[in-house]
Design a binder for this molecule. Sequence first.
Ligand code: APR
Length: 259
Amino acid sequence: MVFLTGAGISAESGIPTFRGAEGYWQIGSTNYQPEDLATRRAFAAMPDELWAWYLYRRSVCHAAAPNAAHLALVALERTLAERFLLVTQNVDGLHLRAGNSLARTYQSHGNIDYSRCEAEHPRVRELPQGLALDWPKARKLSPAELDALRCHEHGRLTRPHVLWFDESYDEPLFRYESSMDAARRAAMLVVVGTSGATTLPNHLVSVAAQRGLPLVCIGPDESPFTRLTESLAHGLVLRGTATEWMPKVARALGVRDGS
Ligand code: APR
């Protein structure tokens, strides 16, 4: 069973989605489209500002707690064990904080609590302890904080461990091939809270559709995924929020109360 999650699963934990009305893609007084700001190009042009913005977003993630939908996925992993795989686009770390295992959680867009340098085989490191977890929106980094974000080996400024729009998925950092393999072998795909705007989710859903897998799509709004799901004989759209549906889906897939 493969579960694919996007920003919608964390919306009820208080983390704004990317393309919803409260998306927070802003630096200074300028508003940006995600596709313009979450890029290697933007980081090259204004690294300090991008780091400050990611540290602010990280503080939003840390202020949030896992919700009933995250917990349902933890119960599903306990019940399904090696038959369970979670592919998430979320960098908020909430699935791991809820209790899903790193081995069975592919963080296909990275994790906001980590950084890496641009070296060829970068080591992914947890962010230094000293960086505030309650970072106000307009706060800039001090020289000491910027220094703490330098790579120990190469001396240059590290970057957030996330996948940007002008970059490609890969296996070592983002488990791309493993995710695709899982979709090719899966018995069922459950999609929760994603608008279908990025490549990997689209590939996973296409493979599921081509293979005739049962495909379940959960979300309150219409999206390319709900439209595709509705067009399939083996597709089921569960219209509503992640916390409304995921506990029910978990029970339907064998999770017992208390697990
Ligand atoms: N429960 C379930 N789904 C919800 C909820 C909720 N409570 N609230 C909103 N949604 C749905 C929205 O209807 C929308 O379809 O979640 C989806 C969120 O879509 P996006 O904001 O586009 O987020 P996502 O699909 O995760 O974005 C993909 O794009 O910006 C990049 O890298 C970033 O990982 C992100 C990727």
